[in-house]
Design a protein around this ligand. Structure first.
Ligand SMILES: NC(=O)C1=CN([C@@H]2O[C@H](COP(=O)(O)OP(=O)(O)OC[C@H]3O[C@@H](n4cnc5c(N)ncnc54)[C@H](OP(=O)(O)O)[C@@H]3O)[C@@H](O)[C@H]2O)[C@@H](O)CC1
Ligand SMILES: Nc1ncnc2c1ncn2[C@@H]1O[C@H](COP(=O)(O)OP(=O)(O)O)[C@@H](O)[C@H]1O
Ligand SMILES: [K+]
Length: 474
């Protein structure tokens, strides 16, 4: 599992490191690692650092200082380094180091951008506010358009370091060299995609100083945490899911959720939704049981439409006390306070409705919106989207699922995912793990079988992915 941090957490770790080590030392370590990464890139692209043409875009903070010191190191190795001050007076000691090493400070970007071998973005780091002045944004876009490799210092300038939002203007990097620890913007879309390849430079920060880091799942976490059946497992130990989803208007949702639960390894699925969907389901998945009986978790809400008894069904599920996934239309019937063993699976629009906010606000800061959703409802929230975030009520941390390709973004994917999560709840996982592992499985399957694969077919690939994960843990 990788961890990522907000700016206030990074600052706290920096402060502690600075108490042991003065700023210039820390900055020199950062600059040395940055220069090494740029040297690697130059060697890969043109064989050597010597003679390479390097442009440094410099702001007026320490981010520019890092870039200038790194530029000095590149100049020492024979690169032709020019620095362009874009936001006023650059870091004085960094500039002096660059000039002493033979670098130059220029007033304007070179005419022929395409002749550059690399550009460093040292405009804004963790002290930056989102967005860039127009002239800086234009230069960054022109470099991008000219095909010049862009290396972001700490983070791509202009992105929102904490939320992952990307305003109209921000740098798009090919490589981001970040200092100490990964930042939230490096794991949350759309900023994540602006980072290119990510390298984290160890500066000896103490991660224990920030307890509520973002936990970013990796495939190896699924390999160890997925509830694979043991030798003595029977179908009850694997988990029985009771599914009451779909409606005459949306029968497909019932089929899709059941596909998800079955192919994620539920021991048994009892389908308790409308007869039309149930009959069709049995012809596709004869292993599904239509009789009511003992279950370990429930899935409700997907494809309900305006189900007249929605609130009563949810009240019964709450009284019963079992873990449950409440998806899609079910989210409109939530009680004032949900049981803590419920997992809500909204997309941005559904969460916006729940919070009575514009959808754009949820999309601009998905983490904050998911926290608000969990705190208000009392249930765990899996907010779906390009980044899938899972948040528990009263917990300042959050889990981010393994990212996957946008092929998953299609009608019905959410229904399948809800079924996967319900199977995981029935197998005994916590609401948080069920949400994060479920979303990760779907993303891994979409990555392994990319293209416009319909969600029900993607579900039939889950066993292949799970088989590989199970083999990986042996
Ligand atoms: N601390 C340490 O020990 C270490 C720190 N390290 C490095 O320091 C970086 C953080 O440096 P930092 O705090 O100096 O802030 P930084 O991001 O360079 O910029 C702030 C300046 O930009 C300005 N400004 C802000 N937003 C703006 C906007 N949208 N448009 C225009 N201007 C804007 C803002 O001006 P303001 O308007 O707020 O007065 C201020 O002058 C960090 O990312 C890492 O690279 C490493 O070396 C390791 C050791
Ligand atoms: N850009 C994206 N990249 C990867 N996955 C995405 C992206 N956009 C959406 N998804 C995923 O696609 C699924 C769509 O869910 P949802 O909108 O609820 O579909 P439906 O309600 O039609 O079943 C979710 O799992 C979501 O996280
Ligand atoms: K930067």
């Amino acid at each position: 599992m990788k961890l990522a941090y907000r700016v206030d957490q990074v600052r706290a770790m920096e402060e502690a490191a600075l108490a042991a080590d003065p700023v210039p030392e820390l900055m020199q370590s950062a600059a040395a690692a940055l220069a090494a990464a740029v040297s690697d890139l130059l060697r890969r692209r043109r064989g050597s650092v010597y003679g390479a043409r390097v442009l440094i875009m410099v702001g007026r903070g320490n981010n520019g200082g890092d870039a200038l010191y790194a530029g000095a190191r590149l100049a020492d190795r024979g690169a032709a380094v020019t620095a362009l001050a874009l936001l006023g007076e650059p870091h004085p000691a960094g500039l002096a180091a660059l000039l002493a090493a033979g670098g130059r400070l220029v007033d304007a970007a070179p005419e022929e951008l395409a002749a550059l071998d690399v550009a460093l973005d040292g405009v804004l780091g963790i002290g930056g506010r989102p967005g860039l002045p127009d002239d800086v944004a234009q230069l960054a876009a022109a470099l991008d358009g000219a095909g010049v490799p862009l290396v972001a210092v700490d983070l791509p300038s202009g992105v929102d370091a904490d939320t992952g939002a990307v305003p109209a203007s921000a740098v798009r990097a090919d490589l981001t060299v970040t200092f100490g620890v990964a930042k939230a913007c490096q794991v949350i879309e759309p900023a994540r995609s602006r980072c290119g390849e990510l390298r984290v430079v160890d500066l000896g920060f103490d991660p224990a100083l920030a307890t509520d880091a973002l936990r970013c799942l990796e495939p190896s976490d699924l390999a160890t945490g997925w509830p694979f059946p043991g030798r003595s497992s029977d179908k009850y130990a694997r988990g029985v899911v009771g599914i009451d989803t779909g409606s005459p208007d949306y029968p497909g949702a019932a089929l899709l959720g059941t596909y998800g639960a079955v192919h994620a390894g539920a021991g048994m699925v009892r389908f308790l939704g409308p007869d039309e969907a149930g009959d069709r389901l049995l012809s596709l998945l004869p292993n599904v049981v239509r009789a009511d009986g003992r279950v370990q978790a429930r899935l409700v809400g997907s494809g309900w439409g305006d189900r007249p008894d929605g609130a009563e069904v949810l009240a019964r599920v709450a009284d019963e006390g079992l873990p449950a996934v409440v998806d899609a239309d079910g989210l409109r019937f939530l009680p004032e306070r949900c049981p803590s063993h419920w997992l809500l699976t909204p997309h941005a629009g559904e969460l916006a409705r729940l919070l009575d906010r514009p959808r754009a606000e949820v999309e601009a800061d998905p983490l904050a919106a998911a926290h608000e959703g969990a705190d208000r409802t009392g249930a765990t929230v899996l907010l779906k989207g390009a980044t899938q975030v899972v948040v528990e009520p009263g917990n300042a941390s959050a889990t981010i699922a393994v990212p996957g390709p946008a092929w998953t973004a299609q009608a019905g994917s959410g229904d399948v995912l809800a079924g996967v999560c319900a199977a995981l709840l029935a197998a005994g996982l916590s609401t948080s793990d069920a949400g994060a592992y479920g979303a990760s499985l779907q993303a891994l399957a979409a990555a392994e079988f990319p293209g416009p694969v319909p969600p029900q077919q993607l579900a039939t690939r889950f066993p292949t992915v799970l088989g590989r994960l199970e083999a990986a843990r042996r």
